[in-house]
Design a protein around this ligand. Structure first.
Ligand SMILES: Cc1cc2nc3c(=O)[nH]c(=O)nc-3n(C[C@H](O)[C@H](O)[C@H](O)COP(=O)(O)O)c2cc1C
Length: 165
């Protein structure tokens, strides 16, 4: 137990505590103003509401994707499957050029890229954007979605693993 404001290391402490909470791993994608596919690895993704349907993602304000993603008006979420740890690393690496090179993907009716072989996917329009510290909470309304039986990739204590025991 510890007070976050007492050790001067609040960011590092919070990060290591939150790392104990297992999440799935997604690649959030859209198209930039020139129509080129772009995307980044995101684990801050969650369901918000069923009626109306809403999900959220949290995007760092200092990421290269931040402004272009919001300007695009929509995004797709590819929920990565257990064999896609390399995709999670690739879409988190800098520089961002060439992230889609050699990666199979298809496009939703709205044109957003979805990675081939994922556990699930959603295509969303942006409903609301809320500043939240060094991140922005983006509320998305799913327009179409799908899923498969493939087990998901898991992020826990800094490691990319599988939901299989
Ligand atoms: C497992 C994992 C989860 C991540 N989750 C997020 C996230 O939820 N939000 C975010 O802004 N960045 C997240 N990142 C970091 C971005 O993927 C990374 O900063 C990326 O290089 C940003 O690319 P960009 O600058 O081209 O936008 C995550 C990285 C990893 C490896």
């Amino acid at each position: 137990m510890g007070r976050l404001d007492a050790d001067g290391q609040a960011g590092a402490t919070l990060r290591s505590v939150m790392a104990c909470f297992p999440t799935g791993v997604t690649v959030v994608t859209t198209r930039d103003a020139q129509g080129a596919p772009m995307g980044l690895t995101v684990n801050a993704f969650t369901s918000v509401s069923l009626e109306p349907p809403l999900v959220l993602i949290c995007i760092g304000r200092s990421t290269g994707s931040h402004d272009r993603l919001i300007a695009s008006g929509g995004f797709a979420v590819s929920v990565l499957s257990e064999g896609q740890a390399d995709i999670a690393r690739r879409f988190a690496r800098q520089p961002s050029d060439g992230r889609f090179e050699g990666v199979a993907w298809w496009q939703t009716p709205s044109g957003n890229p979805v990675i081939e072989g994922v556990t699930a996917w959603l295509d969303c329009s942006i409903e609301e954007v809320m500043e939240a510290g060094d991140h922005t909470i983006i509320l998305g309304c799913p327009q179409s979605c799908g899923s498969s039986d493939t087990p998901a990739l898991l992020f826990h204590r800094g490691a990319l693993t599988s939901v299989r025991p």
